[in-house]
Design a protein around this ligand. Structure first.
Ligand SMILES: O=P(O)(O)OC[C@H](O)CO
Ligand SMILES: [Mg+2]
Length: 283
């Protein structure tokens, strides 16, 4: 299916999206794209998200790298471990690991780096665990996360979390953020029995849609916020809309089938999706 990319300066977003599509129907070469300074919209076809956005009723949030600034901890410990093998950790490998269940990303790590003869996925997980356990309780929020979550909750929009993180890590990461996470209707974890496979499988998102009041909620009424390529693909595999907030170091060729790509959650405009508008400025 042909994919057309439309994008424009964030300052233009105050007007209805349909007007912008009429006014800004052009695309630029990839080399001119600057992901941290522009907002991107990808349209699968002309009858796609523009009309459907008005029907969004439920929101699913990823956690690591989206609500919480925890991806940096994984990066740091993986760099430390690879240095022992005189190897470096790069963002092409990071992109393959992020968002996945720990057992799945551990296998990718040892195989892609060619160290599987020296370090099994199980030993890798044991080695990084003591470092991660010290780091996770210091987790901080990503920009705009608290503002958006509090806004949607205050307006009565059902929200939840769908993460690849397992129960023990979830508890450590959210230690300082219990009140914010209590606003979620539910949380689906990577070690949930219903999540047979991690992202990009749709399992975690379909389980999340099932557990809302009145669920299962029709996937085309749901937006998923994600930072990882596997998460975006998982949301699309579940038939949902995907708003991607990628790290600036992630290559734009890996944005995949995201319906919207934002520099930060601070750039999200709820009105574009038929959600209640903000009444104040994000802090
Ligand atoms: O991004 P999440 O919340 O699905 O978490 C996945 C892993 O725990 C970290 O990449
Ligand atoms: Mg994530």
């Amino acid at each position: 299916m042909a994919v057309t990319r439309f994008f424009w300066q964030p300052v233009a977003l105050a007007s209805p999206i349909s007007n912008h599509l009429k006014s800004f129907c052009f695309s630029l070469p990839k080399t001119l794209e600057t992901p941290r300074t522009k907002i991107h919209f990808k349209m699968a076809n002309s009858a796609g998200p523009v009309s459907a956005r008005g029907l969004i009723t439920h929101v699913i949030f990823d956690m690591d790298g989206l609500i919480l600034d925890t991806e940096k901890f994984y990066t740091e410990v993986q760099e430390i471990i690879l240095a022992r093998f005189n190897k470096t950790f790069d963002w092409s490998l990071k992109a393959k690991m992020m968002g996945k269940k720990s057992t799945e990303s551990a296998k990718i790590f040892v195989e892609e780096t060619g160290i599987s003869d020296s370090l099994t996925p199980e030993d890798f997980l044991i080695e990084r665990e003591s470092m991660l356990q010290k780091m996770f309780p210091t987790s901080e929020l990503m920009p705009g996360a608290s503002h958006l979550i509090r806004h949607l909750h205050a307006k009565g929009i059902p929200i939840c979390v769908a993460t690849g993180s397992h129960k023990r890590h979830f508890a450590l990461k959210t230690q300082q953020h219990g009140e914010l996470f209590s606003l979620m209707h539910h949380v689906v974890l990577g070690d949930d029995p219903e999540v047979k496979k991690g992202k990009p499988s749709p399992d975690v998102f379909l389980a999340a849609a099932n557990r809302f009041e009145g669920g299962p909620i029709n996937p085309d009424k749901i937006i998923v916020f994600e930072d990882a390529p596997a998460g975006v693909q998982g949301a699309k595999n579940a038939g949902m809309f995907a708003v991607m907030v990628p790290d600036a170091r992630l290559d734009s060729s890996l944005y995949g089938p995201a319906d919207q790509i934002l520099n930060s959650l601070l750039d999200f405009n709820p009105s574009e999706w038929g959600l209640p508008p903000f009444e104040d400025e994000a802090s």
